[in-house]
Design a protein around this ligand. Structure first.
Ligand code: 13P
Length: 251
């Protein structure tokens, strides 16, 4: 399966910083053979759409509303994202689950709306440190995946991207071993295949959480790790491109 590397810029950037970062990424694109995307803050979608025009880098957002249109102050709809050339939206990132109170049900609604509107949701799941220490990783991740699969048709499930991001690995420099991550990815794969059969083998499952050039190969060598969702390292063109190059060598 072709690997997918997506940068999640989170709440970082400015017009000047984005321009420099994207110029740096553009310069190295001739060497990239994997799929590449960046999920940028809403106010910068227009800028990034223009700066990425004519490149293979796909644009995405970091969230999307579960509603189609109307009186939902502060929310951004699928249709608006499509207006700016978005193809992806991250849904259910742990920082939204934690700081914005997003439940499994809200995440499932958003995923359903994104798919119905023609966007590819990157559905984030992952256990907290406490969950991990209690030995509940598989239970928590399994439940988060189930909540999404339950509301979707089989054909929609085939259009998902999933990202396994252990919460304790995000921005901490700590990571599971590739083998530990693979175990969770394999469980997610089993859930997908259990529900939609062989088509589940084609759903990309990304790893996220302190992925950087020096540890990317270990993760991307694993059978069910089909790419990465990159936070901090996506803010430096050289690091982001270095991870993309590791992924390109493993397509
Ligand atoms: P870091 O790569 O900074 O750990 O962030 C991972 C992440 O949350 C991507 O969505």
């Amino acid at each position: 399966m072709r690997k997918l590397i997506v940068g999640n810029w989170k709440m970082n950037g400015s017009l000047a910083v984005n321009a420099e970062l994207l110029a740096g990424i553009r310069q190295g694109l001739h060497k990239v053979q994997c799929d590449l995307g960046v999920c940028v803050p809403f106010p910068y979608l227009a800028q990034c759409q223009i700066l990425l025009e004519g490149t293979s880098v796909v644009l995405g957002a970091q969230d999307v509303s579960s509603h189609a249109v109307g009186a939902y102050t502060g929310q951004v709809s699928t249709r608006m994202l499509l207006d700016f050339g978005c193809r992806f939206a991250i849904v259910g990132h742990s920082e939204r689950r934690e700081f914005c109170g997003e439940t499994d049900e809200v995440v499932a609604d958003k995923v359903q709306r994104a798919l119905a509107g023609g966007l590819t949701p990157i559905v984030c799941v992952g256990e907290t440190l406490e969950n991990k220490e209690d030995g509940r990783t598989q239970e928590i991740v399994g439940r988060q995946i189930d909540a999404v699969l339950r509301v979707l048709e089989d054909a929609e499930i085939a259009g998902l991207v999933v990202a396994y991001e252990p919460v304790w690995a995000i921005g901490t420099g700590k990571t599971p071993t590739p083998e530990m991550a693979q175990e969770v990815h394999a469980m997610i794969r089993t859930q997908l295949v259990g529900r939609i059969g062989d088509a589940g083998k084609g759903v990309r499952i990304l790893y996220g959480g302190s992925m950087k050039p020096s540890n990317a190969a270990g993760f991307l060598d694993m059978t069910d790790i089909d790419g990465g969702l990159i936070g901090g390292a996506a803010l430096k063109a050289a690091d982001f491109l270095a991870i993309a190059s590791v992924a390109s060598a493993r397509n």
